[in-house]
Design a binder for this molecule. Structure first.
Ligand SMILES: CC(C)(COP(=O)(O)OP(=O)(O)OC[C@H]1O[C@@H](n2cnc3c(N)ncnc32)[C@H](O)[C@@H]1OP(=O)(O)O)[C@@H](O)C(=O)NCCC(=O)NCCS
Length: 148
């Protein structure tokens, strides 16, 4: 299986953002650019990208520090035709390993309702309901202790 990289070249960043947009924003009619976050460029933000041999992104996700010893995972997305084949697990486990390397002991995230069983399978537990995105996508705050 291909390994996870951090996007560096313009083509890798384009593939990274294209997947984020097509999975997490375009289906809700959101404008191009809405998939980008200001702190994407922060040196403390870790980006994970799994590329197919043709240069398309198969899976993406990111981690940023969100409190003392706490990290937050955001923008997890797997290409539609590739979902259910272990890519999401590979991306998330990569980010968890990065969190441990950074000395973080807990990861939190806001999961879309349909993704809650995926995160539960990976050891996360629901803390509480959180926001509703675009007026229609309920989210749940989840957490996992990731002490090495
Ligand atoms: C959610 C998402 C990132 C998961 O990635 P994925 O590649 O499809 O998931 P994986 O194949 O790695 O699944 C890992 C494990 O979770 C399980 N799982 C995944 N989705 C599940 C579901 N809806 N219900 C139950 N189990 C599920 C898998 O069976 C697998 O278990 P196994 O390792 O025992 O076989 C991906 O489906 C996706 O991009 N969905 C649309 C966008 C989205 O909701 N992103 C999350 C925003 S918070």
């Amino acid at each position: 299986m291909a390994s996870i990289i951090s996007p560096r070249t313009p083509a890798e960043w384009e593939a990274y953002y294209h997947l984020r947009y097509s999975v997490l924003r375009q289906p809700w009619g959101q404008p191009a650019g809405s998939e980008r976050a200001e702190d994407d460029a922060a040196p403390t933000t870790t980006h994970a990208l799994l590329l197919a041999p043709d240069g398309q992104a198969l899976g993406v996700g990111r981690l940023h520090p969100s409190g003392p010893q706490q990290g937050q995972v955001r923008f997890m997305a797997v290409q539609a035709q590739t979902q259910g084949q272990g890519v999401g697990r590979q991306v998330l486990e990569h980010l968890e390993a990065a969190a441990r390397q950074q000395g973080l002991t807990e990861i939190v995230l806001h999961a879309r309702e349909q993704a809650v069983p995926f995160y539960e399978r990976l050891g996360y537990t629901v803390v509480a309901p959180s926001h509703t995105l675009f007026g229609t996508v309920p989210h749940f705050l989840m957490r996992k202790v990731v002490v090495a």
